[in-house]
Design a protein around this ligand. Structure first.
Ligand SMILES: CC(C)(COP(=O)(O)OP(=O)(O)OC[C@H]1O[C@@H](n2cnc3c(N)ncnc32)[C@H](O)[C@@H]1OP(=O)(O)O)[C@@H](O)C(=O)NCCC(=O)NCCS
Length: 160
């Protein structure tokens, strides 16, 4: 029988490397910015600091980091609440990245597990993630973690 980690935010023993999974703090902004660049969304520390402070103050979403024993932040996930008229409220993974030197060690799985835990305790029945079609390894990762493909969409945008 599978053992479910009752507190994925604090147990450092599940991944092959010792990481602490915790809520992001303002002082993580520089590391989060570097990792955002690896994800393909370059941002300055100051830009990230402003965005992170807004997230932390609103307290409606959750920014979670993976911290190594030496204090270095090596990954982050942002899970947000979404509301709709056409479905019950859902949670959505709005960003996930692990340092490219630390991938394949189970850290992404730990972060995703913490996001799922956050969604569960906040009464979201489902977590979704939009992932660019070119991120094929990430798709394998999500499927391995139990996510099912729902549909392929076209993303539109217009500046205000
Ligand atoms: C996807 C990602 C977050 C997974 O984190 P991780 O710590 O490497 O994940 P885990 O160690 O828990 O699981 C490894 C699995 O992730 C997937 N994976 C995706 N990219 C990988 C990479 N560069 N290196 C190793 N595994 C990768 C594979 O399916 C791998 O399984 P495998 O070892 O059987 O091949 C991480 O690889 C990453 O940051 N990728 C680039 C950014 C990205 O695509 N983010 C998702 C946006 S939707």
């Amino acid at each position: 029988m599978a053992v479910v980690d009752p507190d994925p935010m604090s147990n450092p023993t599940v991944a092959p490397v010792a990481v602490t999974i915790r809520t992001a703090r303002e002082e993580d902004s520089a590391s989060i910015a570097l990792l955002a660049t690896q994800l393909g969304y370059p941002a300055s520390t100051e830009e990230i600091r402003k965005r992170l402070c807004r997230i932390l103050q609103a307290d409606a979403d959750s920014a979670i980091v993976a911290e190594l024993a030496n204090g270095e932040v090596c990954g982050w996930i942002l899970v947000v609440s979404t509301i709709s008229l056409t479905s019950a409220p859902r949670a959505e993974v709005a960003g996930l990245v692990v340092d490219q030197a630390m991938r394949g060690l189970g850290i992404g799985a730990r972060l995703l597990q913490a996001a799922m835990h956050w969604a569960t305790i906040n009464d979201f029945a489902e977590v979704r993630v939009h992932s660019n079609t070119i991120r094929e390894r990430a798709h394998q990762f999500y499927e391995r973690e139990g996510f099912k493909r729902i549909k392929t969409q076209v993303l539109f945008g217009k500046l205000t």
